[in-house]
Design a protein around this ligand. Structure first.
Ligand code: GTP
Ligand code: MG
Length: 226
């Protein structure tokens, strides 16, 4: 019975995610669902990406946290539309939360939407939001074993970002070994090595963001999902 209830919740979530998807399609907004454990660098990567792409793309951000507006305040300083969702205890965002957020965002004025999920390497993987791509960040100090311990998100990701590479000399994180493990689990995921502190690797990352987005508005058609 419990399993049936969980299935019902997930299928209701998927239906709302499809509605989000249709709304984003209508406004030609490309959405990235950014996930990681707490503190791996979701907000830092979003901020660095905004600073790099701001002149070329109109960016908006939905911030998901259990509580506080700390991340939304940081994004607001970049003068882009931002909306904070406080889940009040839930360890992930769901499609209904995003649906309400989208109703309150100026979608006509946006090309690219970052959705920062709640810091968690497990639950966000179960809930589709209507996003175009899933981005997973793992940071060097967390350890390269996370791919074995929390495989679902690594399996689902379209891009995996190893962040805080400036700290690699002080950790045992083996990037080559991690890269091999990722290939074994998920052939399609692109791997990026970045530091949001030194900005190393950020250009490779933002080049991918631009290339995976649809062509500019007016002439554009949505690219198929991988
Ligand atoms: N050394 C180093 N520190 C970083 C890097 N990226 C982020 N940080 C630091 O890591 C801490 C957490 O970064 P955030 O961007 O807030 O991480 P987050 O994933 O958004 O965290 P939550 O929203 O709390 O889950 C901050 O103190 C950042 O300054 C990096 O590339 N190198
Ligand atoms: Mg954050």
């Amino acid at each position: 019975m419990n399993i049936k209830i969980l299935k019902d919740i997930l299928s209701a979530n998927d239906q709302i995610a499809e509605r989000n998807r249709a709304l984003l399609d209508k406004h030609k907004v490309f959405a990235l669902n950014v996930m990681s454990s707490p503190g791996a660098g979701k907000t830092s990567l979003i901020l660095d990406t905004i600073r790099t792409l701001k002149k070329r793309k109109r960016v908006g951000v939905i911030e998901g946290d259990i509580s506080s507006t700390i991340d939304a305040e940081k994004v607001k300083k970049e003068r882009v539309p931002v909306l904070q969702i406080n889940t009040g205890g839930e360890c992930h965002l769901d499609a209904a939360m995003i649906n309400r957020a989208l109703e309150n965002m100026p979608l006509e004025e946006m090309d690219l939407l970052f959705i920062e999920n709640v810091g968690n390497l497990v639950c966000p993987g179960e809930f589709k939001l209507g996003e175009d791509r899933k981005v997973l960040i793992v940071s060097a100090p967390e350890g390269d074993d996370k791919i074995y311990k929390y495989p679902l998100l690594f399996h689902l990701a379209d891009a995996v970002v190893v962040n805080k590479i400036d700290l690699l000399p002080y950790t045992t994180f083996d990037v080559d070994g991690f890269s091999k493990a990722l290939k074994g689990l998920n052939q399609k995921a692109r791997l990026f090595r970045v530091s949001c502190t030194t900005h190393e690797g950020i250009e490779d990352w933002t080049d991918w963001v631009l290339s995976t987005m649809r062509p500019p508005k007016q002439t554009s058609r949505r690219q198929p999902r991988p």
